[in-house]
Design a protein around this ligand. Structure first.
Ligand SMILES: [Zn+2]
Length: 530
């Protein structure tokens, strides 16, 4: 039947042709005619869409309807932006054609397999200069450059590294500061290791970061991830380097085009120094160090701003989290311009579900009722590929202003509707999601579908120091190509970084004014590029 052509049926209906044909052929012909007539009838009832005007119109309507649902459809580009967009899209198409020609599309592969392509691309260097508004999702112990940590460690006389195979509570590469004479067995001064171990810096760096050898089983990846936090904990918690590290983290983001940063941090007082054990530095001191770090960055970059989101671990008991919430509430009232919101973090599949802490959320309601002050929730929910991990329902119902990751939101369409209706912004960390094995090919990242359905998102790097990159441009580069974004989408992402931040109205206005100037310069640069 594949060769059946309507023209054959038409030509064979003539009496003259039938008269000269043998009877067997006539039987077949008669059968074919019946079938042909049947096909003809079908065609009369269902008009072929091909070639008709309605086909083109219907396609246009569908495309138009989808385009209107896009998360950036509310933005109108200026003539200069339109011109810049044409250049940017041409550059994107060139890049896609190149990856097609080498049969290797980096955002579809593991970051470590494709990152040399990323760093070598013109697009990467261009996107680095793009003013990105704000980063909403960053953990300060892993927010800066891993090399900064290694270089600082070997400069500090009291910094020691556990330099034996993992043993007892210690991991090889674990950093800690000790007074001479109090160094546990197995720890060696970083300065001595630097002198005596060839390639020590690179070896330590490898122990503090992920690389392509990382396991692809998500449970093991989390184990490895937590090991890296353990290795750096004694360094990031050392009070004498704390403020400098915050400055270095902020600087690395500013250099990457980020104007505003929101850090998730436990202000529970885990800092120590050589004379004071962990817990000796209260939250007020830690906030002061952050404030001073912010001022040091602002001295060079006046538009820079930051906020802290008080974050505790979802493994803890209700009583512990309740205490944390009360502390966060007190700090939010005392430092309203610094401590902005409350969150629970850590491996979501393994920790308590958000509704386990119902009593905590009740306490939050009563504290709000008693004081008239509201501590916003910014819940780290939905970082899972399981349907039974349904914390995004809780985040939406509890009125979380933003949701950290929200990765499995698509499993819960009613929650997704609520997210859209309540204008909740999802903090998307594409490379973190890939490297922690929630998704492989970034074209299939769920945020690709959210933005096509009008869900607002922002882009953050989560833990770049552990993932062995700096800033957030690698995330932008990956999704720009994987989701085939354009300048309007990038502008929406950058604006979302400010508009969905915890800056107050006046701060937002100032931030937007500063960002607008940078954006105009970026657009002009794009238009001047050849
Ligand atoms: Zn996170």
């Amino acid at each position: 039947m594949n060769n059946w052509q309507p023209s054959q049926a038409r030509s064979l209906t003539s009496q003259q042709t039938i008269a000269v044909l043998p009877s067997k052929v006539l039987v077949i012909l008669a059968w074919l005619l019946v079938l042909g007539t049947g096909l003809g009838c079908t065609r009369q009832h269902v008009a072929s869409p091909l070639g008709s005007r309605s086909y083109a119109q219907r396609l246009h309507h569908l495309e138009q309807a989808d385009s209107l649902r896009n998360f950036s459809s509310g933005l109108r580009l200026s003539a200069a932006e339109e011109q810049a967009n044409r250049r940017l899209v041409a550059l994107r198409q060139q890049a896609l054609a190149h990856y097609d020609s080498i049969h290797f599309f980096p955002p579809a592969r593991n970051f470590y397999r494709g990152r040399h392509q990323l760093y070598a691309s013109r697009l990467y260097h261009l996107l680095q200069t793009m003013p990105k508004g704000g980063v909403h999702h960053l953990h300060p112990g892993a927010g800066g450059s891993p090399w900064w940590m290694v270089q600082r460690a070997v400069r500090e006389p009291n910094c020691y590294v556990f330099w034996q195979p993992d043993r007892g509570p210690y991991l090889k590469g674990e950093l800690h500061f000790f007074r001479a004479g109090e160094v546990p067995p197995g720890f060696v001064a970083a300065q001595e290791l630097q002198r005596t171990v060839p390639g020590f810096g690179a070896q330590l760096h490898a122990l503090l970061t992920f690389d392509e050898r990382m396991s692809h089983d998500s449970v093991d990846v989390w184990r490895e991830f937590e090991k890296r936090f353990q290795r750096v904990g004694g360094f990031t918690g050392y009070q004498p380097v704390f403020e400098d590290m915050a400055v270095a983290t902020f600087d690395s983001l500013v250099a990457d085009g980020v104007q505003h940063v929101e850090l998730r941090t436990g202000l529970s007082g885990s800092l120590y120094d050589l004379h004071h054990p962990a817990g000796s530095f209260p939250a007020d001191s830690i906030i002061r160090y952050y404030q001073r770090a912010g001022q040091r960055v602002q001295a060079r970059q006046p538009a820079f701003t930051f906020k802290l989101i008080y974050a505790d671990l979802r493994f803890k008991t209700t009583e512990q989290i309740q205490r944390s919430l009360r502390t966060a509430f007190r700090l939010h009232r005392r430092y309203p311009s610094v401590v902005a919101a409350f969150d629970l973090v850590a491996h979501e599949d393994a920790g308590h579900p958000t509704r386990y802490f119902q009593e905590v959320w009740r306490v939050r309601d009563s504290l709000t009722a008693a004081t008239g002050v509201q501590l916003p929730l910014c819940l780290h929910d939905g970082e899972s590929t399981w349907q039974h991990v349904h914390n995004v329902y809780d985040a939406a119902v509890l009125g979380s202003n933003r949701i950290g990751h929200g990765f499995n939101l698509a499993f819960f369409p009613a929650a997704e509707d609520l997210v859209r209706k309540q204008n909740i912004c999802i903090e998307v960390s594409p490379l973190s999601n890939q490297l922690l094995d929630y998704v492989g090919d970034l074209r299939l990242h769920p945020a690709h579908t959210w933005i096509r359905r009008g869900v607002q998102i922002s882009i953050s790097p989560d833990d770049p120091a552990i993932f062995d990159y700096v800033g957030v441009t690698p995330d932008y580069w990956s999704v720009f190509l994987a989701w085939e974004l354009d300048l309007r989408d990038l502008k929406q992402l950058a604006l979302n970084g400010i508009n969905y931040s915890y800056l107050d109205a006046a701060e937002k206005q100032r931030a937007l004014a500063a960002w607008q100037l940078d954006w105009q310069r970026f657009v002009a640069r794009l238009n001047q590029s050849t």
